[in-house]
Design a protein around this ligand. Sequence first.
Ligand code: UDP
Length: 334
Amino acid sequence: MTFDLTGKTVIVVGGAGYIGAHVCKAVADNGGIPVTFDNFSSGHRHAVKWGPSETVDLRDKAATLDAFTKHKSAHAVVHLASSIEVGIGEKDPAGFYENNVVGALNLLEAMRELSLTNLIFSSTCATYGETDQMPLLESQVQNPFSVYGKTKLAIEHMIQSYHKAYGLAYITLRYFNASGADSSGLIGEEHDPETHLIPIALAAAVGLRGKMKIFGTDYDTPDGTCIRDYIHVSDIASAHIYGLEAFANGLTQTEVNIGTGKGVSNLEILKMIETVTGHAVAYDAAPRRDGDLTRLYADPKRAKEVLGFTAEHSNLKNIIQTAWKFHQGVWNIK
Ligand code: UDP
């Protein structure tokens, strides 16, 4: 995907995080200037490679307005900063609501104050909740199961209200499972603590941790494990560029799924990791994880119709190969 962003600043809130860093790279690859806003609580300074950064915590309303004021001629804002670990949200809803919902409100208020109108918001398939209707359509009733999903849905609603009352132009991207890494191997998934399946399984494959746990092997799926729609992070990044192009073409409001349409089970992930790395992944069957849904995969048609977006890098082998390349670099292994 190419769209000329020469001379345009895009504020990327959460730009030091996994997806944010890939969005920054995509903005820079298209000639734009990505300005990272991050509190660096989980984002990494070394992941900010393509533009300047501001250290700012969205929970601090005054500091948020100050940071936005410094960059008030920005062309658009991409908002990715949030608490994301489903299991942690179940134990700490207060922290999740404060960081995600209060933080987003402060961001929206700063944008309103400065008349910044173009917002791309990273939402999630976890806003839909348990349903037998697969693939998931955007028109599906949203009834999130996890605290994480509830906070993201609350923000979706806030954004819709700001659109209606104040004319905010927005694109809400409901990501499915971000995975893989930039083909350069320079940036990738680095959470601490890591809770996501692919990096944990790669670490288990090379003996950097003991046996991993597969949470739930009694789900109503062909192999008993959960099913997710893994989309390459470079595809997610390019969805944002499609979004910026759509704003330029006059789009003012949409919600779209960003997924592949294909469901993959946890055990299928482990099998592909064994194929790509040549190492067995030792695991124990463990109880289900709080907040997990049985299966989630997208209907990706609307993203194609509205934004012109389709996933191009998301075959499972490429996802695991690029994740493996990144982690080989981080862990210094051949
Ligand atoms: N999972 C697992 N063991 C782990 C980490 C994750 O079995 O150590 C499972 C998790 O329960 C879910 C799937 O892998 O069924 C994907 O989880 P992840 O946290 O990667 O992404 P999520 O779908 O929660 O956003």
